[in-house]
Design a protein around this ligand. Sequence first.
Ligand code: NAD
Ligand code: DAU
Length: 351
Amino acid sequence: MHTLMVTGGAGFIGSNFVRYILHKYPNYKVVVYDKLTYAGNLDNLKDVAEDFADRYTFVHGDICDAKKVEETIRAHKVNVVLNFAAETHVDRSLFEPGSFIQTDVFGTYVLLEAVRKLGLERMVQVSTDEVYGSIEAGSSKETDPLHPSSPYSASKAGGDLMCLAYHTTWKVPVLITRGSNTFGPYQYPEKIIPLFITNALDNLPLPLYGDGLNVRDWLYVIDHCEAIDLVLHRGQPGEIYNIGAGNELTNLELTRRILRLLNKPESLIHFVEDRPGHDRRYSLDCTKIRALGWQPRHEFDSALEKTVQWYMENEWWWRKLKSGEYLEYYKKQYGERLRDTFARSTGFRAG
Ligand code: NAD
Ligand code: DAU
């Protein structure tokens, strides 16, 4: 029996991973350890709590709290930690970088210390392609230097480097995955795909940054979970694994496909001021994870269609998120700069 502690398991990818793992391994137990920030949501695990009551436990905690992390590991006899916990939204990192440094760097250090001290079997650090920075041509390899552009990606890079230092110095059995832009059910509606689907459903404008020609490589969340599962079971400690499906699209093309699936007009597209420091393109060389035996199983267009369908059928999940704190966030972030666009796209009234 393995007991996995999934930090950040109440977020988007973490909750999909927990559901996937409990279905796949009938002899595994999962402890979700999550601070429940604005992005953490027990609705994401509602079905899991019902379907796997005997093998799933939720602990409300912060990864920066060393005492609670260690107590939880001891109390539940955890053998493996998977760290999904992070502040994850680039735009938010531009106006509150401190929380990113705290969770994504210091929190990772706290987990590494616990894994080292308590002699756990493995830790998987879930990281991102953003640590390589923008790449105009070609694809980033695991051995490439890091050039993070935002406080978010710099914090993730700091966490990665701490993992590598713990492996080099103390042979802590930590592995790093660097995934590309992920999409699917339960993604908080601040990220482009769920934001644009839910805005379009309400006939609200879709705020496209800059010229809309920045490129992202899209990965369906279940493909991402399968790759992390493979790295957990078959990866080499101290190694880094890129995870990308090769679905490179400009944001404009992505937006057009979303509108087509919803049968909504392109007049909803609203070009707005660019994100400062906006990376032009990400692209990953995934030779290493493919050699380990992974390949994406979901074709992009049908996965996007399935995702659109999910948001159409699960208004109960997203409607309550697009209120309260969410509107405060837009108010703080965009205030004067994008007031008109966001007033219309969120219902927020300035002043
Ligand atoms: P998310 O924002 O949906 O969820 C993050 C979760 O972490 C939330 O449940 C939140 O409550 C929790 N959390 C935040 N701070 C915490 C703390 N201090 N202690 C405990 N829990 C805390 O994030 P996501 O999109 O699911 O991303 C998960 C991981 O995958 C992150 O590490 C992110 O960097 C990485 N990643 C995301 C993507 C993507 O496109 N979403 C792609 C590649 C990598
Ligand atoms: O690449 C992996 C990363 O993908 C993860 O590490 C991050 O946690 C995740 O948030 C995501 O980062 P991005 O910045 O790429 O995702 P986001 O959905 O915020 O933006 C995707 C692209 O769409 C980016 O080029 C900015 C653009 N965009 C985004 C929003 C929210 C818009 O044009 N308009 C928007 O309103």
